[in-house]
Write a protein that binds this ligand. Sequence first.
Ligand SMILES: *[C@@H]1O[C@H](CO)[C@@H](O)[C@H](O)[C@H]1NC(C)=O
Ligand SMILES: *[C@@H]1O[C@H](CO)[C@@H](O)[C@H](O)[C@H]1NC(C)=O
Ligand SMILES: *[C@@H]1O[C@H](CO)[C@@H](O)[C@H](O)[C@H]1NC(C)=O
Ligand SMILES: *[C@@H]1O[C@H](CO)[C@@H](O)[C@H](O)[C@H]1NC(C)=O
Ligand SMILES: *[C@@H]1O[C@H](CO)[C@@H](O)[C@H](O)[C@H]1NC(C)=O
Length: 404
Amino acid sequence: MHLFSAMFLLVMLAGMPGEVQNISQSMEVLDLRTFRDLQYVKNTEGLMKVVDGKLKVASENPRSLNPKGFQEVKDKVNQLLPLLPVLEQYKADAKMILRLREEVRNLSLVLMAIQEEMGAYDYEELRQRVLLLETRLHSCMQKLGCGKLTGVSNPITVRASGSRFGSWMTDTMIPSSDNRVWSMDGYFKGRRVLEYRTMSDFMKGQNFVQHLLPHPWAGTGHVVYNGSLYYNKYQSNIIIKYHFRSRSVLVQRSLSGAGYNNTFPYSWGGSSDIDLMADENGLWAVYTTINNAGNIVISRLEPQSLEILQTWDTGFPKRSAGESFMICGTLYVTNSHLAGAKIYFAYYTNTSSYEYTDIPFHNQYSHISMMDYNPRERVLYTWNNGHQVLYNVTLFQVIKTSGD
Ligand SMILES: *[C@@H]1O[C@H](CO)[C@@H](O)[C@H](O)[C@H]1NC(C)=O
Ligand SMILES: *[C@@H]1O[C@H](CO)[C@@H](O)[C@H](O)[C@H]1NC(C)=O
Ligand SMILES: *[C@@H]1O[C@H](CO)[C@@H](O)[C@H](O)[C@H]1NC(C)=O
Ligand SMILES: *[C@@H]1O[C@H](CO)[C@@H](O)[C@H](O)[C@H]1NC(C)=O
Ligand SMILES: *[C@@H]1O[C@H](CO)[C@@H](O)[C@H](O)[C@H]1NC(C)=O
Protein backbone atom coordinates (compact mmCIF):
# COMPACT_ATOMS: atom_id res chain seq x y z
CA MET A 1 0.00 0.00 0.00
CA HIS A 2 2.81 2.44 0.65
CA LEU A 3 3.55 2.20 -3.06
CA PHE A 4 0.23 3.83 -3.81
CA SER A 5 0.71 6.58 -1.24
CA ALA A 6 4.01 7.33 -2.92
CA MET A 7 2.15 7.58 -6.20
CA PHE A 8 -0.24 10.09 -4.79
CA LEU A 9 2.68 12.13 -3.54
CA LEU A 10 3.67 12.58 -7.15
CA VAL A 11 0.20 13.83 -7.91
CA MET A 12 0.73 16.61 -5.43
CA LEU A 13 4.19 17.44 -6.69
CA ALA A 14 3.66 17.39 -10.40
CA GLY A 15 -0.02 18.09 -10.64
CA MET A 16 -1.04 15.38 -13.08
CA PRO A 17 -3.67 13.37 -11.29
CA GLY A 18 -4.91 11.54 -14.38
CA GLU A 19 -1.89 9.50 -15.30
CA VAL A 20 -0.68 8.57 -11.89
CA GLN A 21 -3.95 7.54 -10.42
CA ASN A 22 -4.48 5.36 -13.47
CA ILE A 23 -1.31 3.47 -12.78
CA SER A 24 -2.28 2.51 -9.27
CA GLN A 25 -5.71 1.45 -10.51
CA SER A 26 -4.16 -0.48 -13.38
CA MET A 27 -1.87 -2.29 -10.99
CA GLU A 28 -4.83 -3.38 -8.90
CA VAL A 29 -6.73 -4.63 -11.94
CA LEU A 30 -3.62 -6.36 -13.22
CA ASP A 31 -3.20 -8.09 -9.86
CA LEU A 32 -6.75 -9.37 -10.01
CA ARG A 33 -6.41 -10.56 -13.58
CA THR A 34 -3.08 -12.27 -13.08
CA PHE A 35 -4.48 -13.96 -10.01
CA ARG A 36 -7.32 -15.38 -12.12
CA ASP A 37 -4.84 -16.39 -14.81
CA LEU A 38 -2.76 -18.19 -12.28
CA GLN A 39 -5.76 -20.12 -11.01
CA TYR A 40 -6.59 -21.16 -14.54
CA VAL A 41 -3.04 -22.23 -15.30
CA LYS A 42 -2.91 -24.17 -12.02
CA ASN A 43 -6.15 -25.99 -12.82
CA THR A 44 -4.89 -26.84 -16.28
CA GLU A 45 -1.61 -28.08 -14.90
CA GLY A 46 -3.55 -30.29 -12.52
CA LEU A 47 -5.51 -31.79 -15.37
CA MET A 48 -2.33 -32.38 -17.35
CA LYS A 49 -0.71 -34.14 -14.40
CA VAL A 50 -3.66 -36.51 -14.11
CA VAL A 51 -3.49 -37.37 -17.78
CA ASP A 52 0.26 -37.71 -17.66
CA GLY A 53 0.00 -40.02 -14.66
CA LYS A 54 -2.50 -42.25 -16.44
CA LEU A 55 -0.26 -42.43 -19.49
CA LYS A 56 2.73 -43.40 -17.36
CA VAL A 57 0.83 -46.22 -15.70
CA ALA A 58 -0.34 -47.37 -19.11
CA SER A 59 3.10 -47.36 -20.68
CA GLU A 60 4.53 -49.34 -17.74
CA ASN A 61 1.72 -51.82 -17.81
CA PRO A 62 0.10 -51.77 -21.27
CA ARG A 63 -2.51 -54.33 -20.25
CA SER A 64 -3.99 -51.99 -17.58
CA LEU A 65 -5.48 -49.87 -20.30
CA ASN A 66 -8.06 -51.29 -22.68
CA PRO A 67 -8.51 -49.69 -26.14
CA LYS A 68 -11.49 -47.67 -24.93
CA GLY A 69 -9.57 -46.27 -21.96
CA PHE A 70 -6.66 -45.51 -24.21
CA GLN A 71 -8.89 -43.59 -26.58
CA GLU A 72 -10.28 -41.60 -23.65
CA VAL A 73 -6.84 -40.55 -22.54
CA LYS A 74 -5.87 -39.69 -26.10
CA ASP A 75 -8.97 -37.51 -26.45
CA LYS A 76 -8.13 -35.70 -23.20
CA VAL A 77 -4.62 -35.00 -24.42
CA ASN A 78 -5.96 -33.69 -27.70
CA GLN A 79 -8.26 -31.37 -25.79
CA LEU A 80 -5.30 -30.04 -23.89
CA LEU A 81 -3.02 -29.43 -26.86
CA PRO A 82 -4.48 -26.05 -27.87
CA LEU A 83 -3.75 -24.83 -24.34
CA LEU A 84 -0.02 -25.13 -24.79
CA PRO A 85 0.46 -21.85 -26.70
CA VAL A 86 -1.82 -20.16 -24.17
CA LEU A 87 0.37 -21.38 -21.34
CA GLU A 88 3.51 -20.28 -23.20
CA GLN A 89 1.98 -16.86 -23.74
CA TYR A 90 1.06 -16.71 -20.09
CA LYS A 91 4.64 -17.37 -19.07
CA ALA A 92 5.85 -14.56 -21.35
CA ASP A 93 3.22 -12.22 -19.96
CA ALA A 94 4.14 -13.15 -16.41
CA LYS A 95 7.74 -12.15 -17.13
CA MET A 96 6.61 -8.84 -18.52
CA ILE A 97 4.49 -8.23 -15.43
CA LEU A 98 7.43 -8.94 -13.16
CA ARG A 99 9.53 -6.40 -15.06
CA LEU A 100 6.77 -3.81 -14.87
CA ARG A 101 6.45 -4.41 -11.15
CA GLU A 102 10.14 -3.80 -10.67
CA GLU A 103 9.88 -0.57 -12.63
CA VAL A 104 7.01 0.63 -10.51
CA ARG A 105 8.93 -0.26 -7.38
CA ASN A 106 11.96 1.64 -8.67
CA LEU A 107 9.85 4.64 -9.45
CA SER A 108 8.30 4.58 -6.00
CA LEU A 109 11.78 4.59 -4.45
CA VAL A 110 12.63 7.70 -6.42
CA LEU A 111 9.40 9.26 -5.25
CA MET A 112 10.19 8.60 -1.63
CA ALA A 113 13.58 10.16 -2.11
CA ILE A 114 11.85 13.22 -3.49
CA GLN A 115 9.87 13.51 -0.32
CA GLU A 116 13.11 13.91 1.58
CA GLU A 117 14.93 16.09 -0.87
CA MET A 118 12.50 18.33 -2.69
CA GLY A 119 13.72 20.10 -5.78
CA ALA A 120 16.60 17.79 -6.56
CA TYR A 121 14.72 15.93 -9.27
CA ASP A 122 13.74 16.64 -12.81
CA TYR A 123 9.96 16.38 -12.76
CA GLU A 124 9.69 16.34 -16.53
CA GLU A 125 11.88 13.27 -16.68
CA LEU A 126 9.80 11.64 -13.96
CA ARG A 127 6.64 12.48 -15.82
CA GLN A 128 8.02 10.87 -18.96
CA ARG A 129 8.84 7.73 -16.99
CA VAL A 130 5.34 7.59 -15.56
CA LEU A 131 3.82 7.99 -19.01
CA LEU A 132 6.05 5.30 -20.50
CA LEU A 133 5.16 2.97 -17.68
CA GLU A 134 1.50 3.62 -18.19
CA THR A 135 1.77 2.87 -21.90
CA ARG A 136 3.45 -0.44 -21.20
CA LEU A 137 0.96 -1.35 -18.50
CA HIS A 138 -1.95 -0.69 -20.80
CA SER A 139 -0.62 -2.74 -23.69
CA CYS A 140 0.20 -5.55 -21.27
CA MET A 141 -3.31 -5.52 -19.83
CA GLN A 142 -4.84 -5.30 -23.25
CA LYS A 143 -2.99 -8.40 -24.37
CA LEU A 144 -3.87 -10.27 -21.21
CA GLY A 145 -7.50 -9.36 -21.63
CA CYS A 146 -7.89 -10.59 -25.20
CA GLY A 147 -10.17 -13.49 -25.94
CA LYS A 148 -13.33 -14.78 -27.47
CA LEU A 149 -16.61 -12.90 -27.16
CA THR A 150 -19.01 -14.86 -24.98
CA GLY A 151 -21.56 -12.26 -23.97
CA VAL A 152 -22.91 -8.75 -24.41
CA SER A 153 -24.37 -6.77 -21.49
CA ASN A 154 -27.66 -4.94 -21.34
CA PRO A 155 -27.57 -1.67 -23.28
CA ILE A 156 -27.05 1.71 -21.68
CA THR A 157 -28.59 4.62 -23.59
CA VAL A 158 -26.18 7.51 -23.39
CA ARG A 159 -28.21 10.01 -25.37
CA ALA A 160 -31.01 10.43 -27.91
CA SER A 161 -29.82 12.70 -30.72
CA GLY A 162 -29.73 12.95 -34.49
CA SER A 163 -31.68 11.07 -37.13
CA ARG A 164 -32.38 7.33 -37.41
CA PHE A 165 -28.99 6.61 -38.98
CA GLY A 166 -25.58 7.77 -37.85
CA SER A 167 -22.33 7.05 -36.15
CA TRP A 168 -20.58 8.10 -32.93
CA MET A 169 -17.30 7.13 -31.33
CA THR A 170 -14.26 7.87 -29.21
CA ASP A 171 -10.63 7.31 -30.20
CA THR A 172 -9.86 3.59 -30.56
CA MET A 173 -6.09 3.77 -30.27
CA ILE A 174 -4.41 2.14 -27.25
CA PRO A 175 -3.22 3.80 -25.18
CA SER A 176 -4.83 7.14 -25.54
CA SER A 177 -5.88 9.69 -22.98
CA ASP A 178 -8.01 11.45 -25.58
CA ASN A 179 -11.54 11.59 -24.18
CA ARG A 180 -13.24 13.43 -27.02
CA VAL A 181 -16.47 12.08 -28.51
CA TRP A 182 -17.34 12.47 -32.20
CA SER A 183 -20.80 12.31 -33.71
CA MET A 184 -21.66 12.02 -37.42
CA ASP A 185 -25.37 12.16 -38.15
CA GLY A 186 -26.71 10.49 -41.31
CA TYR A 187 -25.21 8.16 -43.93
CA PHE A 188 -25.72 10.20 -47.08
CA LYS A 189 -23.30 12.89 -48.29
CA GLY A 190 -22.62 14.24 -44.77
CA ARG A 191 -19.70 16.56 -44.06
CA ARG A 192 -20.35 17.82 -40.52
CA VAL A 193 -18.52 16.11 -37.64
CA LEU A 194 -19.32 17.28 -34.11
CA GLU A 195 -16.50 16.98 -31.61
CA TYR A 196 -17.36 17.03 -27.87
CA ARG A 197 -14.72 17.59 -25.23
CA THR A 198 -15.81 14.66 -23.04
CA MET A 199 -18.48 11.98 -22.77
CA SER A 200 -20.35 14.03 -20.23
CA ASP A 201 -20.38 17.01 -22.62
CA PHE A 202 -21.73 14.70 -25.31
CA MET A 203 -24.50 13.53 -22.98
CA LYS A 204 -25.50 17.13 -22.30
CA GLY A 205 -24.96 18.25 -25.90
CA GLN A 206 -22.57 21.00 -24.84
CA ASN A 207 -18.95 22.10 -25.42
CA PHE A 208 -18.52 20.95 -28.98
CA VAL A 209 -16.72 22.20 -32.06
CA GLN A 210 -17.51 21.38 -35.64
CA HIS A 211 -15.32 19.93 -38.39
CA LEU A 212 -16.50 20.39 -41.95
CA LEU A 213 -14.91 17.58 -43.96
CA PRO A 214 -13.42 18.53 -47.34
CA HIS A 215 -15.15 15.49 -48.94
CA PRO A 216 -18.55 14.07 -47.96
CA TRP A 217 -18.93 10.61 -46.43
CA ALA A 218 -20.97 7.53 -47.29
CA GLY A 219 -22.41 5.04 -44.79
CA THR A 220 -21.74 4.88 -41.06
CA GLY A 221 -18.56 2.79 -40.98
CA HIS A 222 -16.22 5.57 -39.82
CA VAL A 223 -13.60 5.15 -37.13
CA VAL A 224 -11.36 7.49 -35.14
CA TYR A 225 -7.89 6.06 -34.59
CA ASN A 226 -4.93 7.95 -33.15
CA GLY A 227 -6.43 11.40 -33.59
CA SER A 228 -7.60 10.90 -37.20
CA LEU A 229 -10.97 10.07 -38.71
CA TYR A 230 -10.96 7.28 -41.32
CA TYR A 231 -14.02 7.30 -43.55
CA ASN A 232 -15.39 6.24 -46.91
CA LYS A 233 -15.69 9.04 -49.46
CA TYR A 234 -19.18 9.46 -50.93
CA GLN A 235 -19.85 7.50 -54.17
CA SER A 236 -16.39 5.94 -54.28
CA ASN A 237 -14.33 3.21 -52.64
CA ILE A 238 -11.79 5.76 -51.47
CA ILE A 239 -10.81 5.80 -47.80
CA ILE A 240 -9.86 9.18 -46.39
CA LYS A 241 -7.72 9.85 -43.34
CA TYR A 242 -8.67 13.23 -41.88
CA HIS A 243 -6.50 14.59 -39.09
CA PHE A 244 -8.57 16.49 -36.51
CA ARG A 245 -5.84 18.68 -35.00
CA SER A 246 -4.54 20.05 -38.33
CA ARG A 247 -8.03 19.85 -39.87
CA SER A 248 -6.53 18.34 -43.00
CA VAL A 249 -6.62 15.18 -45.13
CA LEU A 250 -3.37 13.30 -44.54
CA VAL A 251 -3.91 10.53 -47.08
CA GLN A 252 -6.59 9.02 -49.30
CA ARG A 253 -6.50 5.74 -51.13
CA SER A 254 -8.85 3.54 -53.10
CA LEU A 255 -9.73 0.21 -51.45
CA SER A 256 -9.05 -1.92 -54.48
CA GLY A 257 -12.11 -3.71 -55.89
CA ALA A 258 -14.36 -2.76 -52.95
CA GLY A 259 -18.05 -2.29 -53.78
CA TYR A 260 -19.52 1.14 -52.98
CA ASN A 261 -22.57 3.38 -53.55
CA ASN A 262 -24.97 0.92 -51.87
CA THR A 263 -23.91 -2.00 -54.07
CA PHE A 264 -22.91 -4.24 -51.15
CA PRO A 265 -24.34 -2.66 -48.00
CA TYR A 266 -25.30 -4.35 -44.73
CA SER A 267 -28.92 -5.50 -44.52
CA TRP A 268 -30.19 -1.99 -43.70
CA GLY A 269 -28.72 -0.38 -46.83
CA GLY A 270 -27.52 3.18 -46.30
CA SER A 271 -24.39 2.94 -48.49
CA SER A 272 -22.82 0.89 -45.69
CA ASP A 273 -20.52 -0.81 -48.20
CA ILE A 274 -17.25 -0.11 -46.43
CA ASP A 275 -16.97 -0.48 -42.65
CA LEU A 276 -13.77 0.75 -41.00
CA MET A 277 -12.87 -0.35 -37.50
CA ALA A 278 -10.02 -0.78 -35.01
CA ASP A 279 -9.30 -3.36 -32.35
CA GLU A 280 -6.36 -4.50 -30.18
CA ASN A 281 -4.46 -5.41 -33.37
CA GLY A 282 -4.91 -2.18 -35.34
CA LEU A 283 -6.99 -0.85 -38.19
CA TRP A 284 -9.34 -2.91 -40.40
CA ALA A 285 -11.67 -2.51 -43.39
CA VAL A 286 -14.71 -4.78 -43.81
CA TYR A 287 -16.30 -4.76 -47.28
CA THR A 288 -16.77 -7.01 -50.30
CA THR A 289 -15.95 -7.17 -53.99
CA ILE A 290 -17.50 -8.67 -57.10
CA ASN A 291 -14.69 -11.26 -57.14
CA ASN A 292 -15.70 -12.35 -53.65
CA ALA A 293 -19.29 -12.73 -54.82
CA GLY A 294 -20.60 -10.32 -52.20
CA ASN A 295 -19.13 -12.24 -49.26
CA ILE A 296 -17.55 -10.24 -46.45
CA VAL A 297 -13.85 -9.55 -46.91
CA ILE A 298 -11.59 -8.32 -44.09
CA SER A 299 -8.41 -6.34 -44.79
CA ARG A 300 -5.90 -5.15 -42.24
CA LEU A 301 -4.74 -1.63 -43.13
CA GLU A 302 -1.52 0.24 -42.51
CA PRO A 303 -2.76 3.37 -40.66
CA GLN A 304 -0.21 5.75 -42.23
CA SER A 305 -0.49 4.78 -45.91
CA LEU A 306 -3.84 2.90 -45.92
CA GLU A 307 -2.14 0.09 -47.80
CA ILE A 308 -3.66 -3.37 -47.39
CA LEU A 309 -1.41 -5.60 -45.26
CA GLN A 310 -3.46 -8.82 -45.48
CA THR A 311 -6.93 -9.92 -46.62
CA TRP A 312 -9.32 -12.68 -45.52
CA ASP A 313 -12.47 -13.92 -47.28
CA THR A 314 -15.01 -14.90 -44.62
CA GLY A 315 -17.52 -16.54 -46.97
CA PHE A 316 -20.41 -14.78 -45.19
CA PRO A 317 -22.78 -12.82 -47.50
CA LYS A 318 -22.54 -9.13 -46.63
CA ARG A 319 -26.15 -8.34 -47.47
CA SER A 320 -27.25 -10.91 -44.85
CA ALA A 321 -25.24 -9.16 -42.15
CA GLY A 322 -26.83 -6.54 -39.89
CA GLU A 323 -23.51 -5.13 -38.71
CA SER A 324 -20.04 -6.37 -37.87
CA PHE A 325 -17.31 -5.47 -35.42
CA MET A 326 -13.79 -6.67 -34.65
CA ILE A 327 -12.50 -7.78 -31.22
CA CYS A 328 -8.99 -9.20 -30.72
CA GLY A 329 -8.60 -10.04 -34.42
CA THR A 330 -12.00 -11.77 -34.67
CA LEU A 331 -14.84 -10.38 -36.76
CA TYR A 332 -18.30 -10.81 -35.22
CA VAL A 333 -21.32 -10.49 -37.50
CA THR A 334 -24.94 -9.93 -36.50
CA ASN A 335 -27.73 -11.49 -38.55
CA SER A 336 -30.02 -8.45 -38.65
CA HIS A 337 -30.28 -4.74 -37.89
CA LEU A 338 -33.79 -5.26 -36.45
CA ALA A 339 -35.19 -6.52 -33.15
CA GLY A 340 -34.30 -10.13 -32.36
CA ALA A 341 -30.85 -9.81 -33.88
CA LYS A 342 -28.03 -11.87 -32.43
CA ILE A 343 -24.31 -12.24 -33.01
CA TYR A 344 -24.46 -15.06 -35.44
CA PHE A 345 -21.06 -15.59 -37.05
CA ALA A 346 -17.42 -15.21 -36.00
CA TYR A 347 -14.39 -15.17 -38.29
CA TYR A 348 -10.98 -15.74 -36.66
CA THR A 349 -8.21 -14.03 -38.64
CA ASN A 350 -5.57 -15.76 -36.48
CA THR A 351 -6.60 -19.18 -37.81
CA SER A 352 -8.51 -18.12 -40.97
CA SER A 353 -11.49 -20.11 -39.74
CA TYR A 354 -15.08 -19.35 -38.79
CA GLU A 355 -17.86 -20.64 -36.61
CA TYR A 356 -21.53 -19.90 -36.14
CA THR A 357 -22.33 -18.30 -32.79
CA ASP A 358 -25.47 -17.59 -30.84
CA ILE A 359 -24.82 -14.53 -28.71
CA PRO A 360 -27.97 -12.54 -28.00
CA PHE A 361 -28.11 -8.81 -27.35
CA HIS A 362 -30.96 -6.44 -26.69
CA ASN A 363 -31.86 -4.19 -29.63
CA GLN A 364 -33.91 -1.71 -27.64
CA TYR A 365 -34.91 0.81 -30.33
CA SER A 366 -35.17 -1.75 -33.14
CA HIS A 367 -32.91 -0.27 -35.85
CA ILE A 368 -29.13 -0.47 -35.55
CA SER A 369 -27.18 1.40 -38.23
CA MET A 370 -23.75 1.27 -36.59
CA MET A 371 -22.01 -1.13 -34.21
CA ASP A 372 -18.30 -0.90 -33.38
CA TYR A 373 -16.01 -2.14 -30.64
CA ASN A 374 -13.72 0.26 -28.83
CA PRO A 375 -10.69 -1.72 -27.62
CA ARG A 376 -9.57 1.02 -25.23
CA GLU A 377 -12.85 1.04 -23.32
CA ARG A 378 -13.87 -2.53 -24.17
CA VAL A 379 -17.39 -1.51 -25.07
CA LEU A 380 -19.59 -1.65 -28.16
CA TYR A 381 -20.73 1.70 -29.55
CA THR A 382 -24.02 1.57 -31.43
CA TRP A 383 -26.39 4.00 -33.11
CA ASN A 384 -29.88 2.66 -32.56
CA ASN A 385 -32.69 4.61 -34.21
CA GLY A 386 -31.46 8.05 -33.11
CA HIS A 387 -30.15 6.76 -29.76
CA GLN A 388 -26.49 6.45 -28.83
CA VAL A 389 -26.15 3.19 -26.96
CA LEU A 390 -23.28 1.30 -25.27
CA TYR A 391 -22.83 -2.37 -24.41
CA ASN A 392 -20.14 -4.02 -22.31
CA VAL A 393 -18.59 -7.19 -23.64
CA THR A 394 -17.44 -10.34 -21.90
CA LEU A 395 -14.32 -11.86 -23.39
CA PHE A 396 -13.04 -15.24 -22.42
CA GLN A 397 -9.74 -16.93 -22.92
CA VAL A 398 -7.28 -17.37 -20.14
CA ILE A 399 -9.11 -14.82 -18.09
CA LYS A 400 -12.57 -13.38 -18.00
CA THR A 401 -13.12 -9.63 -18.06
CA SER A 402 -16.33 -8.37 -16.73
CA GLY A 403 -19.31 -6.81 -18.29
CA ASP A 404 -21.81 -8.41 -16.04
C1 LIG B 1 15.48 -0.90 -10.95
O1 LIG B 1 16.59 -0.31 -10.28
C2 LIG B 1 17.73 -1.18 -10.19
C3 LIG B 1 18.78 -0.49 -9.34
O2 LIG B 1 18.91 0.87 -9.67
C4 LIG B 1 18.24 -1.45 -11.61
O3 LIG B 1 19.36 -2.32 -11.56
C5 LIG B 1 17.14 -2.11 -12.40
O4 LIG B 1 17.54 -2.31 -13.74
C6 LIG B 1 15.87 -1.27 -12.38
N1 LIG B 1 14.82 -2.03 -13.02
C7 LIG B 1 14.04 -1.56 -13.97
C8 LIG B 1 13.03 -2.50 -14.54
O5 LIG B 1 14.11 -0.40 -14.36
C1 LIG C 1 -7.70 -16.85 -32.06
O1 LIG C 1 -8.38 -15.75 -31.46
C2 LIG C 1 -9.42 -16.09 -30.57
C3 LIG C 1 -10.00 -14.83 -29.97
O2 LIG C 1 -10.31 -13.87 -30.88
C4 LIG C 1 -8.89 -16.94 -29.44
O3 LIG C 1 -9.96 -17.34 -28.60
C5 LIG C 1 -8.20 -18.17 -30.01
O4 LIG C 1 -7.62 -18.88 -28.95
C6 LIG C 1 -7.10 -17.74 -30.98
N1 LIG C 1 -6.54 -18.94 -31.58
C7 LIG C 1 -5.21 -19.16 -31.61
C8 LIG C 1 -4.78 -20.45 -32.24
O5 LIG C 1 -4.40 -18.35 -31.20
C1 LIG D 1 -0.04 8.22 -33.78
O1 LIG D 1 0.10 9.54 -34.32
C2 LIG D 1 1.37 10.13 -34.05
C3 LIG D 1 1.38 11.51 -34.69
O2 LIG D 1 0.19 12.20 -34.44
C4 LIG D 1 2.48 9.28 -34.65
O3 LIG D 1 3.74 9.83 -34.31
C5 LIG D 1 2.38 7.85 -34.13
O4 LIG D 1 3.34 7.03 -34.78
C6 LIG D 1 0.99 7.30 -34.38
N1 LIG D 1 0.90 5.96 -33.80
C7 LIG D 1 0.37 4.93 -34.45
C8 LIG D 1 0.37 3.62 -33.74
O5 LIG D 1 -0.13 5.04 -35.56
C1 LIG E 1 -24.62 5.89 -57.27
O1 LIG E 1 -25.97 5.45 -57.19
C2 LIG E 1 -26.90 6.43 -57.60
C3 LIG E 1 -28.30 5.92 -57.30
O2 LIG E 1 -28.43 4.56 -57.66
C4 LIG E 1 -26.69 6.73 -59.08
O3 LIG E 1 -27.61 7.71 -59.52
C5 LIG E 1 -25.26 7.25 -59.27
O4 LIG E 1 -25.00 7.45 -60.65
C6 LIG E 1 -24.25 6.25 -58.69
N1 LIG E 1 -22.93 6.86 -58.71
C7 LIG E 1 -21.81 6.18 -58.97
C8 LIG E 1 -20.56 7.00 -58.95
O5 LIG E 1 -21.80 5.00 -59.19
C1 LIG F 1 -19.74 -1.62 -18.04
O1 LIG F 1 -19.17 -2.10 -16.83
C2 LIG F 1 -18.69 -1.07 -15.97
C3 LIG F 1 -18.02 -1.72 -14.79
O2 LIG F 1 -18.80 -2.73 -14.25
C4 LIG F 1 -19.86 -0.16 -15.58
O3 LIG F 1 -19.38 0.89 -14.77
C5 LIG F 1 -20.49 0.41 -16.84
O4 LIG F 1 -21.62 1.19 -16.51
C6 LIG F 1 -20.91 -0.71 -17.76
N1 LIG F 1 -21.37 -0.15 -19.02
C7 LIG F 1 -22.36 -0.68 -19.71
C8 LIG F 1 -22.65 -0.07 -21.02
O5 LIG F 1 -23.01 -1.63 -19.31
